[in-house]
Design a protein around this ligand. Structure first.
Ligand code: B12
Length: 207
């Protein structure tokens, strides 16, 4: 489906009220949640990112775009998250140490909840101990998100630390700079470049 221009512009310009209204209007018009997310919301964040990359946007502009994205996601979340269903498994997810980006992580968490998993959201800037504690609490799969090339090595540390502590738990990695090749290199059990793909990878790990 084509991108929803009103929604794209609302997120790109960081207009929270317009984002809330545009996402509701899109849903009322029968646009699929998947298209709203991929063609408009994520596309708008990529767009502001490309301007930042070439020095034409400030961090503050990325931040207000991220807040508008978050507002739009709050409207969508109840549609993704089923309630009252026996969980299919327990998963924890967190953005690695030093990294504060959480939009992709939140999307993955939402999709996993929607697919019937109990999700322990560990937040951002997660230390090694945070992941270890989550596994001790019963997480069967550990999901790591990183958006900065400088924080990618923290993923390798988590994989190694969990192994060293004697936990035989699959670790799945994702985030804009992550590739399948990198996942293989650090000994992760899976990778996906999309939130819906993350669900399939978790399913595969637990099957
Ligand atoms: C919004 C944003 C911010 C916001 C974050 C707000 C928030 N609450 O997240 C703010 C303004 C705070 C910010 C700060 C910074 N940012 Co920033 N930011 C972005 C931006 C524009 C969008 C990121 C985003 O949300 N994308 C949308 C989501 C949906 O995509 P995603 O995260 O990739 O997630 C998808 C997949 O990757 C996958 N996925 C994600 N996680 C996981 C996990 C698993 C397990 C799986 C399977 C899949 C998966 O599923 C998601 C859905 O499809 C990007 C540009 C870009 N093109 O990515 C820059 C970007 C990531 N930021 C960048 C930088 C440099 C910074 C700063 C260092 C800037 C500065 N000088 O201070 C700081 C770092 C702060 C910190 N310590 O983390 C650079 C990183 C460059 C690099 N090579 O490392 C980028 C690429 C911008 C650029 N083009 O230069 N940023």
């Amino acid at each position: 489906m084509a991108r929803n221009e009103a929604l794209f512009q609302a997120v790109y310009t960081g207009d929270r009220d317009a984002a809330r209204e545009a996402v509701q209007a899109a849903l009322d018009n029968g646009e699929s949640v998947e298209s709203i997310m991929n063609d408009s919301l994520i596309a708008a964040m990529r767009h502001i990112g490309s301007y930042f990359e070439c020095g034409e946007a400030f961090i503050s502009e990325m931040l207000i775009a991220a807040r508008a994205m978050d507002t739009a996601l709050q409207v969508i979340e109840p549609l993704l998250v089923k309630s009252g269903v026996e969980p299919k498994g327990r998963v924890c997810i967190g953005t690695v140490q030093g990294d504060l980006h959480d939009i992709g992580k939140n999307l993955v968490a939402m999709m996993l909840k929607g697919a019937g998993y109990q999700v322990d959201d560990l937040g951002v800037d997660c230390s090694l101990e945070t992941y270890v504690s989550a596994v001790e609490r019963g997480a069967q799969v550990v999901c790591l998100s990183a958006l900065l090339t400088t924080t990618m090595p923290a993923m390798q540390d988590v994989v190694a630390q969990l192994k060293q502590a004697g936990f035989d738990v699959p670790v799945i990695v994702g985030g804009a700079p992550i590739t399948q090749e990198y996942a293989d290199q650090i000994g992760a059990s899976g990778f996906s470049s999309t939130a819906s793909g993350a669900v399939s990878v978790v399913e595969r790990c637990l099957s």
